[in-house]
Each structure stands twice: as structure tokens, then as C-alpha cells.
Design a protein around this ligand. Structure first.
Ligand code: OXD
Ligand code: MN
Length: 587
């Protein structure tokens, strides 16, 4: 396959001249191509065939043990001006980074095939989708990109002769972390990534394009690229609302995205539109509409089970790729939390493993790559060109104290402030210090391609564009009691909180105003059939002015990090919160 797109052709020639591959393969995205690539990897040992009877179409890849996660300290935003990257990013001047990278990429594909991977982020028919081209020397990346994006001829056709595409250059290089750079050039919409074959660093359509580059493009063009799931909920009365939610990692985002209503909520219908990324823009009707730019799930395997996420489990049973999980003796993938441990298995490093082993069988960041269309609760709007209209934005974090189960922002700007202050508290197990607050604004800390101060200003500007903008909420499934026990059951029961959120969007739902926003009034949240008693509910929804005053000090420190660039509107929110807290404390 070739192209008539001269800009594309010229770029491919330029890259081939630099990387010196033995051959160039233009990916058409066909099943035959996918099968041939898998067969090649099985033959050279980079992929293992799993038990085809029990796991049809599933394959296994073990990555280099030093290359198992995103590497934030090696991820750079190379804008012309350092201030445009902001204190939230690592920065290097583009010319300086390009000099380093040209050296790293020089001849790096010698003796290998260079794959040209055209992909479309978003439904191909959507005017809001964007085309990117990833050049890579990794067939593992190609097959993952086929699952995660609309890849191949369809993307090339959509591009036509346009020069408007994201240029992504990737090579696994020698996998030496000393020579690993995940670099973004937001002004020229380029990504150069070398030294890693891991998902987030190597599948350039996902975090690199759909969040870091797209966030800059979205600011320039008046839309939003966010690290958010998209979920539809239909009540027994047949009314559907869609919500977007942003949580930092390890807060149950994939579980919420694929929620299956049960018990007293069995009459509800939940649909997954996306589990990780949302691109949003205003429609002619004044509502904010979201598309999911991806077409697959790249989910964390450990902890995924029939109990925690039956939807995800169903999605990954066939035609999926597993990376760094364990493999049982009869070639089934296995990870901690999936089921009873097998008596014997091979761990993610390729070593023999038994339940008595001191180490985990699956790497904690082991992954499944599964086609979204296999999800039993995938939305029928998944491929809709306009996407879905959003009623609410939900921010969250993992807070043992301070943050109530749910609260609603007073207005849009207050909501932006709440999202900007989203944070997780570290647990003793993770760091040795309990309660250290790590800010992760809109869950975008590792993914915003520009200065957070400008990003908050962009968020604020988006609210003024319509009186039908979504309402904003904050949730916390992780509040603990004095004995250190989680007070809220979480998982499927989170639908109760979503029900209250949706009722608020409709101008209904009982709430009381507190200094931090509206919380459900007593009895406002449906607890029918739950073990959670009234006292626990009161504690879950409690807003402690003292704890919030301490929180305020941390917020101030965070805002100050950005100096003069932090918008005045953000400081206005800070002062307004301070005043509201002071007035209740004075009572
Ligand atoms: C992801 C992440 O992989 O946020 O989705 O790290
Ligand atoms: Mn993510």
C-alpha cells in the first residue's frame, strides 16, 4: 500500500533515511496482516500462543523487566518556551531534544522492518476524529494499535492529501533506560519515542497523541482532551444520561466505566462508551458532546475478576493480548485477583511460580489489550460520529479522610477548581507516610501537554460557552473510619451516587449546601438494601471545616507553584472557599 499524500511520503522517506530499516511495511489494518504479524512474533518467541480452546485468539507477551510502565521522569514536553510546558512537565528545548534524538534514532532500525501505522483517533466518520501516523519497528506495537485504534487503510483514506496529522516516531531502540526518551513537540504535533516497548510509551495514539498532543490542540481549537471515562446510564423510566469521570490510576476507573447494575438497580442500564479518554466539544444544541478516541481497552489486569469487573472479563476472553501477566501450565493467562491461584505457573519474568512464591505472579502493571466492541455493555453510541451529550463531570481521588463520598460544585468555575485540586492520599503500604496528598488535577498530571495554569484557564473558558455545560461533582469511594475500614462498599454500589448526581443534573435530588459545595441531604442518597447504617452515611458525607482548612493550605501551596501564570479566577475560588470555611468555623 502506498499513498498519494506527498507530505506523508516525504516524512516517511526522511525517517527511513535516518533510521535505515531493511524494509518498510505500510499497515493496512486487515485481519490477515494482524494474523501474519502475530505468527511472526510467535515464531521468533516475542509472542506466545495461549490456550486457544479456552482463550480463542489470545496471545501473550513478556516485556523487558526494565520496561513495564510509563516513565514520567523520561517523558518530555518540548515546547519552544519552557513556560508553556509548565512546572507540571519535564521540558527540553525542541532543537536540543531533536539533536539528542536524531543521534539515538540514527540507524536504529537497521536490519529491521519499519512499520507505517496510519490510525484514526475517534470514529472514522466523526468530524472530531484526528488522524495520526505512527512509525515503529515493533510488531507488538502494530498489533496493539490495531486493537486500540481504527488503524490502516480507513485512516489513510480519511487523511487523504491533508497535512494535518500527528507524526509519531517510535523505536524500541536497545531498551536501555539511559537511552529512553518519550518526547512531545506540541507546536509541531510530533512525538518521538525511543527505548521503550511498553504501552503508554509506545502505543503513541493513546497517552502521547490523544492526551498530551491533543490537549494542546484542543486548547488551540476550543475543545477538550481529557483523561476520562464515558458512561451512559438509563433509568427504569428510560431516561439516559451520560457522564464523564476523571480519576487518577488505581481508583477504579475501568470498573466504573463497565459497571453492571444489579440488586435494586437491576432495572437500570449502564453502557460503556470509553474507559480512559474523552474528547469533548460543544454541539449546536449548546451541550457538550464526547467521543472516545480509542477502540480498545488497555487495562490493568491484577484485581480484574468476575466480581470486580465482569464486563472487562468478558471483553478480554477472546482476541486479546496479555502483557506481563502469569501463564498457567495449560497456557491460560492468570493474575492476582482473577481466581484461586494455580498450583503452578510461569510468572511475568518467565520463572516458575507457586502460591508459596514470595513475589507476585503477574506484574502489578500487567495489562490486557482488548477490543472495546467485545465489552458486553459497550454503548450503541460507541461509533456515533457526534458522540454522546454529557450531563456531568465527575472528579475523584483516593482520600482516606477529608473528602466526602460525593459533593457538587456550586458552579462551573468552582467545579474547575475542585477538579484542579483532585488528589490522592498515599497509603502506608505505598510510601511509609500516611496521608501525603498527591495532587493530580483532572487526573491529567502525567498527561497535560502544556502548563497547568493555562489548562485551568482553558477549562474556565469552556464553561462560559454555554448555559448547558455539564454540572460538576467530586466523588471519593475510599473514605475510611477511625478503625481504618472503608466506609463505602464501592464497586457496583457506586451507581447509587451516580443516581444522585443525575438527579442533581435534572434540578432534582435533595442536597444541603456546605462550604465545599452541595452534599446529599439526609435520605437524599438511596441506601435501600445496603448494610451501611445512618451513622456511617453521616460520617461518609461529613464536611469537617478543620480538615478542609488544612487542605486549603495544601491547595495554596499548589497554586503558588505556578506563579503569576495561575489565573486570577483560580485564586478567586481559593479565597471564596477560605471565606466560606471561615464563616462556618466562626459560627
Ligand atoms: C493508563 C494510565 O494506562 O492512566 O490508562 O496509566
Ligand atoms: Mn489512563
Amino acid at each position: 500500500m502506498t499513498t498519494t499524500n506527498q507530505a506523508l511520503e516525504a516524512w516517511i522517506d526522511e525517517v527511513a533515511l535516518l533510521t535505515k530499516p531493511a524494509s518498510v511495511h505500510w499497515c493496512d489494518g486487515s485481519q490477515e496482516e494482524y494474523d501474519a504479524l502475530i505468527a511472526g512474533m510467535v515464531a521468533d518467541g516475542t509472542m506466545e500462543e495461549l490456550n486457544q480452546e479456552k482463550w480463542p485468539g489470545c496471545y501473550y507477551h513478556r516485556s523487558d523487566p526494565q520496561d513495564v510502565a510509563r516513565v514520567e521522569h523520561l517523558t518530555f514536553i518540548c515546547s519552544e518556551k519552557k513556560g508553556d510546558a509548565g512546572p507540571n512537565n519535564n521540558w527540553m528545548a525542541p532543537a536540543e531534544m531533536k539533536t539528542i534524538l536524531r543521534n539515538e534514532f540514527d540507524g536504529c532500525m537497521a536490519g529491521r522492518t519499519m512499520y507505517v501505522v496510519p490510525y484514526c483517533m475517534g470514529p472514522v466518520a466523526s468530524p472530531y476524529s484526528k488522524v495520526g501516523i505512527e512509525i515503529t519497528d515493533s510488531p507488538y506495537v502494530v498489533v496493539n494499535m490495531k486493537i486500540m485504534t481504527r488503524m490502516g487503510t480507513q485512516a489513510l483514506q480519511k487523511l487523504g492529501d491533508s497535512t494535518d496529522f500527528v507524526r509519531g516516531l517510535h523505536s524500541t531502540g536497545n531498551l536501555d533506560p539511559e537511552h529512553r526518551y518519550i518526547s512531545h513537540f506540541p507546536e509541531t504535533r510530533e512525538i518521538w519515542s525511543i527505548g521503550s516497548g511498553y504501552g503508554g510509551n509506545a502505543l503513541l495514539g493513546k497517552k502521547c497523541h490523544a492526551l498530551r498532543i491533543a490537549s494542546v490542540q484542543a486548547r488551540d481549537e476550543g475543545w477538550m482532551a481529557e483523561h476520562m471515562l464515558i458512561l451512559g446510564l438509563t433509568s427504569p423510566a428510560g431516561e439516559t444520561h451520560y457522564v464523564c469521570a476523571a480519576f487518577p490510576s488505581a481508583c477504579g476507573k475501568t470498573n466504573l466505566a463497565m459497571l453492571i447494575p444489579s440488586g435494586p438497580y437491576a432495572g437500570w442500564k449502564a453502557e460503556c462508551v470509553g474507559d480512559d479518554i474523552a474528547w469533548l466539544r460543544y454541539g449546536d444544541d449548546g451541550r457538550l458532546w464526547a467521543i472516545n478516541p480509542e477502540s480498545g481497552f488497555f487495562g490493568v489486569a491484577p484485581g480484574t475478576s468476575e466480581n470486580t469487573n465482569p464486563g472487562a472479563l468478558q471483553s478480554l476472553k477472546t482476541n486479546s493480548i496479555f502483557t506481563n501477566v502469569a501463564v498457567t501450565d495449560d497456557k491460560q493467562p492468570w493474575w492476582e485477583g482473577l481466581s484461586e491461584p494455580p498450583a503452578h505457573a510461569t510468572d511475568w519474568k518467565g520463572n516458575a511460580w507457586t502460591p508459596a512464591s514470595k513475589t507476585a505472579a503477574a506484574h502489578p502493571n500487567s495489562r490486557f489489550t482488548a477490543p472495546a466492541q467485545q465489552c458486553p455493555v459497550i454503548s450503541d453510541k460507541f461509533d456515533a460520529a457526534d458522540g454522546v451529550p454529557i450531563s456531568a463531570f465527575i472528579f475523584g481521588g483516593r482520600r482516606e479522610r477529608t473528602a466526602p463520598l460525593v459533593f457538587e460544585a456550586l458552579d462551573w468555575n468552582h467545579g474547575v477548581y475542585i477538579g484542579a485540586m483532585a488528589a490522592s492520599e498515599t497509603t502506608a503500604a505505598a510510601t511509609g507516610a500516611v496521608g501525603v496528598v498527591r495532587r493530580d488535577p483532572m487526573a491529567m498530571k502525567p498527561f497535560c501537554g502544556y502548563n497547568f495554569a493555562d489548562y485551568f484557564a482553558h477549562w474556565m473558558s469552556m464553561g462560559g460557552k454555554s448555559d448547558k455545560a455539564p454540572k460538576m461533582f467530586h466523588v471519593n469511594w475510599f473514605r475510611k473510619d477511625a478503625a481504618g475500614k472503608f466506609m463505602w462498599p464501592g464497586f457496583g454500589e457506586n451507581i447509587r451516587v451516580l443516581e444522585w448526581i443525575i438527579s442533581r443534573c435534572k434540578g432534582e435530588g435533595d442536597a444541603v449546601e456546605t462550604p465545599i459545595g452541595f452534599v446529599p441531604a439526609e435520605g437524599g442518597l438511596n441506601t435501600e438494601g445496603l448494610d451501611t447504617d445512618g451513622a456511617t452515611m453521616t460520617e461518609l458525607l461529613d464536611v469537617d471545616p478543620e480538615a478542609w482548612t488544612a487542605e486549603l493550605a495544601g491547595q495554596k501551596e499548589f497554586l503558588e507553584t505556578f506563579g503569576d501564570r495561575m489565573p486570577k479566577e483560580m485564586w478567586d475560588q481559593y479565597h471564596a472557599l477560605q471565606e466560606r470555611l471561615q464563616s462556618v468555623s466562626a459560627r
